[in-house]
Design a protein around this ligand. Sequence first.
Ligand SMILES: *Cc1c(COP(=O)(O)O)cnc(C)c1O
Length: 427
Amino acid sequence: MKFYSTNGQSSPVSFKEAVIKSLPSDKGLYYPEEIPELDFLFLETLSYYSLPQIGFEVLRQFCKDDIPEAKLQEILEGALNFEIPVVEVEKNIHSLELFHGPTYAFKDVGARFLARCLGYFNETENKEVTILVATSGDTGGAVASGFYEVPGVNVVILYPSGKVSDLQEKQLTTLGKNIKAIEVKGNFDDCQAMVKKAFHDTDINAKLNLSSANSINIARWLPQSLYYFEAYKQLQKDKLVVSVPSGNYGNITAGMLAKKMGLPIHRFIAASNANDVVPRYLIDEQYSPRPTVPTLSNAMDVSDPSNHPRMLELHEKSFKDIIKHISGFTLSDEQTLKVMKECDQENNYILDPHGAIGYAALKAGLQKKETGLFLETAHYSKFLSTVEQALGKEIPLPDFVSELMKKEKEAILINNDYEAFKAYLIG
Ligand SMILES: *Cc1c(COP(=O)(O)O)cnc(C)c1O
């Protein structure tokens, strides 16, 4: 299978090349040349498959030319070694708990798969790779953990100073070894812009063998489709409505990919905070980014989501077709806090501020005969101060958090200045 650029100006590449290059030179996004339709029998018998087995059936379609089957199985068993349970929160509303991985957020799935693919490609390449990542919070932690001590891979993470939670910051800055953190005096979009610029910078490319681990990398993006299969396996409902707390739109477009491969999902909701460029787009087809607004659900503070072109590509660029499958929903911080409190009081279920928006979207828009599923994208303890603010009570720190909070932060603080970043990278 080959992958083409959504900008159509650079030639299609193999899975391996797309993973290593991450971004095509025409600044588009890689996208598979064909979307395989899964066997009807596989979908009918999903309940007999473990999560890594589902991963094998789905992903080998995309990477069989570059990863031998036995190796792919090994990669998936290593990457997907935790539970992804569906929990009923209240009648007809379920939570897909994506936070049982090592960094307590869904990004573990993609990051662990990517790390293992790159590790495998690196075995045969014998060149050091430098991974550049911009994070609005959770990506960095997942990538840091996924790549920690992978031989031949160095990781440089950029994060916006003061805009990630304390726990997230600790996850980014305390591993050491092959993981370096850069704290940027700016926002996530500034960090992302610097990373994008570095990929097209000839001086840097002459010295370093760059790769990316952002959700734009196909090895991050494709495996995210797996947990939609896992959710369907556990629920087996007609008219399943999936509400996805969205920021950079990697997660929800991977769900749309699963649907395109044959998974019977009825419709999607793009659940957004005040950074609502996509919900606005879904109303009038005008894609008009505004400056990023900081919110309580900071992993979704993205004003110009990178994966929007993939949403178009999934529907042959037809807006009419897109809005058949997906609608938008926006929630303010104030409402988010209120929903978190209500859900705790009524259901005894603690939501994190991202999942809360997904939950609220279902409460607001679920129709008769539909079954609702929202993605609980992070464990609430990653946003403990917000949770305590919402619930109006103290929540004890889980052990894993107190251990991490004791560790010493190591990061390099820089201004929002590309030259400073470049100097750090290549001196
Ligand atoms: C990254 C993240 C999101 C947004 O996911 P996208 O794929 O960027 O849309 C939502 N919630 C949490 C907790 C996240 O870490």
